[in-house]
Write a protein that binds this ligand. Structure first.
Ligand code: ZN
Length: 250
């Protein structure tokens, strides 16, 4: 299924696979192109589609910033790094999954290898195998509060995975949220509980994201949010403050 390529702002492009609505992003910065998450296809096909749309070539990439190891977000990183040498950034907390050291063996591994990279099966493939299909090695481990390429602030946001991070692109006040939150029908929502192993940490992570007062939210699935973001953040802040529960379906 083809990759949808959509402009979010003048400098941000969203790459989305219709089969699972996973979003990766390319940002045109004053330091070159920066990729946030690497698509669902382990050949990097989603990212190549985005680069073509931007009339850019893979060697213009300056950094591959990964939010977490799930292979609907990280699958293409191995191929893109191998092709261009672009450094890969992620948090050490997810390293065993990115590299496959935590990965399943035997029948589970065999089954995982057989699952095609299509739709929700991509996530199933990763969860069953407990690893991205092609090992992704970091050139740089990110830390909370660190600023990458003078523009992307690292926000550690564990909960969905142990080493989940968000990236806050300061020039556009854009939050690349990965799976720390969901955007559904112009509202900020939780991720579903079954894919949030630590909801206590995830709740604190969500509060941390909202405290940034973003003007654009680029989540890991569905739709980027570019209008009424302040009101949406206020609504979720109030819900969290009221002690509202984490709904099963997010
Ligand atoms: Zn995920």
């Amino acid at each position: 299924m083809p990759t949808e390529v959509r402009r979010v702002t003048d400098s941000i492009v969203c790459l989305r696979r219709a089969s699972y609505l996973t979003c990766s992003y390319i940002v045109r910065t004053s330091n070159g192109l920066v990729l946030i998450d690497a698509g669902m296809d382990s050949d990097g096909a989603d990212v190549h589609a985005g680069l073509r749309e931007m009339n850019a070539i893979p060697n213009e990439l300056r950094a591959i910033l990964l939010t977490h190891w799930h292979n609907d977000h990280a699958a293409g990183a191995h191929a893109l790094h191998a092709l261009t040498g672009t450094p890969v950034y992620y948090h050490r907390g997810d390293e065993p999954f990115y590299t496959g050291h935590a990965g399943a063996t035997g029948l589970r591994r065999w089954l995982s290898d057989k699952i095609p990279e299509w739709g929700v099966l991509v996530l199933a493939k990763g969860l069953l195998g407990e690893a991205t299909p092609r090992a992704v090695v970091a050139q740089h481990f990110v830390e909370d509060g660190e600023i990458i390429l003078d523009q992307f602030e690292v926000i550690t946001t564990p909960g969905h995975t142990p080493g989940h991070v968000c990236y806050f692109y300061r020039p556009a006040r854009a939050l690349f949220a990965g799976d720390a939150l969901a955007v559904i029908d112009d509202h900020i929502r939780f991720m579903a509980r079954p894919v949030t192993p630590d909801i206590h940490k995830a709740r604190a992570s969500l509060e941390k994201c909202l405290a940034l007062n973003p003007t654009v939210i680029c989540p890991g699935h569905r739709e980027p949010m570019t209008t009424n973001v302040e009101a949406a953040c206020d609504a979720m802040r109030s819900y969290l403050k009221s002690g509202g529960p984490w709904p099963f379906f997010g």
